[in-house]
Design a protein around this ligand. Structure first.
Ligand SMILES: Cc1cc2nc3c(=O)[nH]c(=O)nc-3n(C[C@H](O)[C@H](O)[C@H](O)COP(=O)(O)O)c2cc1C
Length: 193
């Protein structure tokens, strides 16, 4: 099975990535794990032409957005992680997600029918890190907003979301707390079952 990790944090040793790596620890070595770091990519923002629906391909000149489309389409499971920025996901991750509308769902050319989710039966997990401590972190304009943004796209894709992890009060934590490490590892185990 191919498990794709989409990282929306610019910090490759930041809290988001460290929690995502704990999820990876729960995945057996027989599976293929691939990471995509949104901040490493050159992706022009979606222009909302919606030509990707009939054409089955983005109309923009080829860039990393096209490359990620194939990765998302072919992955058997997905882990999305992002720091909480103003109660949302990071800009580069949002750009990556928007550019890949048809990687998650297809809509008939008429645009009048319900979208078809392309990943029914696949599993997904979500991670966010934020500085606000609990319970403030769980407000809709805090980490909950970031998780909601990820959930929206995963739901469009039809994924079964096995769980989410919020590392709140991040700045006050030098290490990822053991219980979070264990919880994340268990998500990794669940993704492959
Ligand atoms: C632009 C920006 C906006 C942020 N907005 C919030 C926020 O709304 N709530 C919050 O608790 N933390 C916020 N933070 C703090 C980050 O969520 C926190 O530093 C997080 O640990 C970063 O994740 P990382 O360690 O994976 O880079 C913000 C940080 C930045 C740079």
């Amino acid at each position: 099975m191919k498990i794709l990790f989409l990282n929306g944090s610019p910090r490759k040793d930041g809290y988001t990535v460290r929690v995502m790596k704990c999820i990876e620890d729960g995945i057996e070595s027989k599976h293929t794990v691939e990471w995509i770091h949104a901040y490493d990519l050159g992706i022009k923002p979606c222009q909302s032409c919606l030509q990707c629906r009939p054409n089955k391909e983005c109309n923009l000149p080829k860039d990393d957005g096209h490359h990620v489309w194939h990765k998302i389409r072919s992955a058997d499971a997905l882990v999305i992680g992002s720091p909480t920025y103003f109660g949302n996901i990071s800009g580069p991750l949002k750009t990556l997600i928007d550019r890949n509308l048809t990687a998650y769902e297809e809509i008939a050319a008429s645009g009048l029918e319900m979208p078809i989710s392309l990943h029914i039966g696949k599993k997904a997990a979500m991670v966010t890190a934020c500085n606000a401590p609990s319970p403030i972190s769980q407000l809709p304009n805090q980490s909950k907003g970031a998780l909601q943004a990820m959930e929206t796209v995963l739901t469009a894709g039809g994924y079964d979301i096995v769980g989410s992890i919020t590392l709140d009060g991040a700045a006050s934590k030098k290490e990822i707390p053991l219980e979070i490490q264990e919880e994340a590892k268990m998500l990794g185990v669940e993704l492959q079952s």
